[in-house]
Design a protein around this ligand. Structure first.
Ligand code: NAX
Length: 328
């Protein structure tokens, strides 16, 4: 049998953590042959709640779960870490300006980047879920100079999955039959879900829908504002669907995309599609052998170009703001 893989989860006592940990323990993150050791990071006030979750994990009697360790110190939590899921973040509270939010999150993601740099395993893969996810990933990456930059990614898979589900309903086609969808840009209201290269049961999705008004006025805002719709209905933000998307993101990164499809991941730009190099922006990505690459050569039409640019410009502004704060 394989040696256990160390999976560090931050914000483990939060609502996404609660949904995520059981999926990891059951083998859905890395596969049914891979034992896992969970390393949970929380702030001191939430350690007791994390311990409670650890008791429940024990009660799950998961055959793949090698153990659970709980920390309130980032340096220790990331020791030997192979997979890092950075979920804990500082939410925006009333009256908080964007600068305050970025600064508060800098106080979390800078030391976590340093801890990953100091102690993580050579093969570490990092997914940032905590918002503002793209820029938090940029901050962590900036403080981990010895880790290849491309190991820092941020989550747009929930947006991708939300878009798949909307298209499935619209076209009355199972989600499994919808391929080559792309989320571009920032995980925020400016994100752009692009259907122009997507296929539904082999047909081009944009042609099958043949309704740019629906795309512009219903589909795109529905996907971008789905988080708010969930809060309105549930009285709490998306949790299980976010956890599910985090599992999908990492599972795809490790196990690959199928040859007739790709996925969406926010990754450091190499300048492709006019996205400034170094920004952590969402792209169409193919994964294989634990690596990923941006899908090249897609034609960006007049509908898509300004929408991609708007989201990328927001990322530039966020990067400039954290630069000014000395965080990157
Ligand atoms: P919760 O508030 O339920 O949990 C967050 C947890 O993080 C808390 O237990 C808190 O104690 C912990 N935490 C705070 N600072 C920490 C630190 N320095 N080290 C370790 N733990 C720390 O939030 P939850 O609903 O679980 O959401 C977590 C994050 O995911 C939020 O930032 C949220 O905005 C973000 N989301 C991102 C999504 C995405 O698609 N990228 C979608 C879902 C979600 O909104």
């Amino acid at each position: 049998t394989q040696a256990p893989v160390n999976v560090t989860v931050t914000g483990a006592a939060g609502q996404i953590g609660y949904a995520l940990l059981f999926r990891i323990a059951s083998g859905q993150l890395l596969g049914a042959d891979t034992p896992v050791r969970l390393r949970l990071l929380e702030i001191p006030q939430a350690v007791s709640a994390a311990e409670g979750t650890a008791l429940e994990l024990e009660d799950g009697a998961f055959s793949l779960l090698d153990g659970v360790d709980i920390f309130d110190d980032a340096k220790r939590a990331f020791e030997g870490c192979n997979v890092a899921l950075l979920v804990g973040a500082r939410p925006r509270t009333k009256g908080m300006e964007r600068g305050d939010l970025l600064e508060a999150n800098g106080g979390i993601f800078k030391p976590q980047g340093e801890a990953i740099n100091a102690g993580a395993a050579a093969d570490v893969k990092v997914l940032v879920v905590g918002n503002p996810a793209n820029t938090n990933a940029l901050i962590a990456q900036a403080h981990a100079p010895d880790v290849p930059a491309g190991r820092f990614t941020a989550m747009t898979r929930l947006d991708h999955n939300r878009a798949l589900a909307q298209l499935s309903g619209k076209l009355n086609t199972p989600v499994s039959q919808i391929k080559k969808l792309t989320i571009w840009g920032n995980h925020s209201a400016t994100q752009y879900p692009d259907v122009f290269h997507a296929e539904a049961a082999g047909r081009n999705v944009a042609e099958a829908i043949n309704d740019e008004k629906w795309l512009a006025e219903e589909f795109i805002p529905r996907v971008a504002k789905r988080g708010a719709e969930i809060i309105e209905a549930r009285g709490a933000s998306s949790a299980a669907s976010a956890a599910s998307a985090a599992i999908d993101h990492m599972h795809t990164w490790v196990n690959g995309t199928s040859s007739d499809d790709w996925t969406s991941m926010a990754i450091p730009s190499d300048g492709s599609y006019g996205v400034p190099e170094g920004l952590i922006s969402s792209f169409p990505v193919r994964c294989s052998g634990g690596n990923y690459e941006i899908v090249q050569g897609l034609e960006i039409n007049e509908f898509s170009r300004p929408r991609i640019d708007a989201s990328v410009n927001e990322l530039v502004e966020e990067r400039d703001a954290v630069r000014k704060l000395g965080l990157v």
